[in-house]
Write a protein that binds this ligand. Sequence first.
Ligand code: HEM
Length: 403
Amino acid sequence: MSSNEDLRTGIADVQDFATDWDLNDQNWTSNPYPIVEDLRARCPIAHTERFNEGVWMPLHYEDVVGIAHDVESFSSVHHGLRRGGTTERGLFPPINTDPPEHHDLRRVLLPFFGPKRIEAWRDHLTADCRTRVQAIVERGRGDAATDYSQHIPVGAIAAILGIDPEHGDRFRMWIEGILGVGANDADTLRSAMSEVRGYMAGVMRERRQNPGEDLVSHLVSIELDGRPLDDDTIERMLVLQLVAGIDTTWSSIGAALWHLAQHPDDRRRLVAEPSLIPTAVEELLRAYAPVNVMRRVLNDTEVRGVEFRQGDHVLMTYPIACRDPEVFERADEVVIDRAQNRHIAFGVGIHRCLGSNLARLEMTIAVETWLDAIPEYSLEPGAEVTWSTGQIRGPRNIPILVG
Ligand code: HEM
């Protein structure tokens, strides 16, 4: 196996994405959209043998939405995108469950993610963003990803779980070990899973002794059908909170700040009209949608003339769907005041993102607070912007100069 560094920087050397796509290819991670445009013109659904036992990649909004709604034929019980030979990752409820159990497992989390409950975190998030942005202002330069975006969701999730935000570096390392390098390397995956589950088991023990108002205390005390949730299920649900809530939101905040660094017209308009920021956030979510998830085919079925066989996997390409020109006018442009925006960056159907209220609040506060403190900034000339590999795409370094 190659070194972790090779895996991070892109081990793939793809000649034709229609038959051999790979999300780790550097051309893809740095700018997938021209590749997608070319693919749409010549094949309805791309394929690769590099992962699982073969994975389909739909390129049309309509197909992605259709698959998301068809829970009879497409299951969410799968171990993610795995390079051939790597071990099973394990399942994270509720994202890796199907009806009927999905319903109850989602329902137990819902109270913590409704708009009112989330609103309670506004001041906490604003204070965190202000402190971080102020440090960048004082230095006159910084990294909009590593000094700012990556910390905001960690603070939010830590508050919801009632755990120490100072553990953020560990959380990010485990997420990279599960979704990033771990998709290609079994040892990394195993050790990340074992460490994060051990950590969560410790938090659960502690919360049984000292219960609070947090999500962990809730999960260790509730009953479903008269029985408490078992520890294995709770641990995996808690790991999902980190995996689903951190890289995703970090990617979206980072992509928004990266875009605004390079588009002074959009930036100045938002500075002059801050009430437009929530609309702009929706458009930035659409244009730079970060999350691809998976489905496993339960019954042989046909989509757009392509035969999917039982056991095949399908990548739910929400980011590609969000730029489908059949659905969005000027799909490849960021139209900062786009009025009609049926984007599916948060997915669609029964697994639609449970954390969307929180993610929107985090993004809106992050952009507002940044522009308030740093209305003028640009990418540092000559410095490199780097992008993540794998199922969640976002900028991981955004060196900027203030002013
Ligand atoms: C910009 C940030 C985010 C994006 C783009 C995003 C995207 C998504 C997408 C596309 C799905 C659908 C998965 C599927 O179809 O199988 C999903 C599900 C989910 N997300 Fe998010 N997410 C974000 C932030 C968050 C946050 C902050 C949390 C919570 C802390 C969260 C928790 C979840 C959970 C628990 C699910 C599974 C829901 C279910 O299976 O019923 N997400 N997310």
